[in-house]
Ligand binder design. Sequence first.
Ligand code: CA
Ligand code: CA
Length: 246
Amino acid sequence: MRCGLRIAIVRWGLWLGGVWGGIFAWGTNGMFGAESAGASGEQLVPLEIKLPRPLFQGTPKHIKPAPTLEKYTDKPRPPLMVPPGLKNLALHKKVTSSDPEPIVGELSMVTDGDKEGSDGSFVELGPGKQWVQIDLEQQADIYAIQLWHYHAEGRVYQDVIIQVSDDPEFKTGVITVFNNDFDNSSKMGVGKHLEYIEDYRGKLIDTRDEKGRPVRGRYVRLYSNGNTSNDLNHYVEVEVYGKPAS
Ligand SMILES: [Ca+2]
Ligand SMILES: [Ca+2]
């Protein structure tokens, strides 16, 4: 009896191991296999992003599910596979804004490397549609943008639109890499991306095109239009991962 039970447990263990092994194999092949080589055939590596410590836990309950809102999960997100050697080109770079005199904090906080998100480590811009803009100081090939608006509580920032250009006025050669303004309330065109609830992981945006090529430009501009807690706009940190254009 005991022996039979042991065999059963061992069998069950083997079966479970097989299932997990299968899932793992599917995960590595299905999720990363197709992306293991970049647009120009180079080997890809996971993009390393240092996350701040979480300031809240659990699913934010005051935000109602919607078809235009990404379902919240606190599971670790899959790594973004990128060519080796990418750097955060935004670190300590100059930031300008539609609101040059923030209500709280300084514009330099957007790129100062502090992403803790508690009081004293975010900038607060005025109500309604506002933008911040980062000057990378040279044309760059941008693979990913990682941003934190605010993560001391679960919020959804509205009309998140992110653009790249070589024109500091954003009048010519503008490429939109992210837009979740599903109802065009910011009047910059309807966006196809989903809204999302922010936490310590912020938002990681893959800025490559459908062929895996990075977006090229010197300036990155990020719009928002209030959030689910108030009509103000906040930034804890923005990181721009890429390399100088060759
Ligand atoms: Ca910061
Ligand atoms: Ca909107």
